[in-house]
Design a protein around this ligand. Structure first.
Ligand SMILES: [Zn+2]
Length: 239
């Protein structure tokens, strides 16, 4: 990068000097170009992406239509893309990634509405799968799907707080990556913290009484996440 900038500077300075006989023109060109370089160098963001394996669910026109319908019913307007402002952490209450993937795979639930799904699925060994595009509206958290990216962690069978150190590490890297990539992301909470999360002002739901109490992914995991992401300034709720 440094080398590239040096070459860029050299080009900006040298070529006009060699190519142009008029000093005034050269000065003018240099000034204009230099400000451009400054702008570029400060606007570049370093995004450290963990290894993410794309394993998409059925991303069809049918899924898009169901997504628009879901958005209209629950948020009052049709859309399929979100501006992420929060990351919501889940567990799957099941022991294997394959089963979860199959469950999320199809477009519709039995009642013909949009199937549940999250953007990411983290296996017991810390492998990160991306199931849908990161900014696609996915149905994983009532009231927040319009603004939240979901991370599912395989585990939590019988509500046991059994997520692994590898999953913790993967979630930390993944959330850090999302925070770096999307400056609009300010919050992280566990699904069980959905009531406290209303303090964020992000809760939005048109269907009255639509609510399910949750326990995932447990306070132990959320405490550990908060500790490992302290330097980011991301906002958490009391575990
Ligand atoms: Zn959940």
């Amino acid at each position: 990068m440094k080398r590239l900038l040096i070459v860029l500077f050299a080009l900006l300075f040298c070529i006009p000097v060699f190519a142009s006989g008029g000093k005034n023109t050269t000065d003018k060109e240099q000034t204009a170009d230099l400000s451009g370089v400054k702008e570029i160098s400060t606007s570049v963001r370093t995004v450290t992406a963990p290894i993410i394996i794309d394993r998409p669910v059925r991303l069809t026109e049918y899924r898009k239509r169901l997504t628009r319908e879901y958005a209209f019913r629950h948020y009052g307007e049709e859309f399929t893309e979100i501006v992420p402002q929060a990351v919501i952490v889940h567990w799957t209450e099941s022991p294997e990634a394959d089963g979860v993937y199959e469950y999320f795979y199809k477009e519709a639930r039995a009642d013909g509405t949009l199937n549940v799904c999250s953007q990411f699925l983290v296996d017991r060994d810390g492998t990160i799968f991306r199931l849908t595009p990161e900014t696609m509206l996915d149905r994983h958290a009532i009231g927040y799907n319009w603004c939240a990216i979901g991370i599912e962690n395989v585990g939590g069978v019988d509500r046991k707080e059994d997520l692994t150190p590898e999953q913790l590490q993967a979630d930390v890297l993944l959330i850090r990556y999302l925070w770096e990539k999307y400056p609009t992301v300010r919050y992280v909470w566990g699904h069980y913290q959905q009531k406290s999360a209303e303090k964020s002002g992000l809760y939005k739901e048109s269907v009255s009484g639509y609510y399910h109490a949750k326990v995932d992914p447990g306070p132990k995991f959320m405490k550990a996440l908060q500790k490992n992401l302290k330097d980011t300034g991301l906002l958490f709720f009391k575990p």
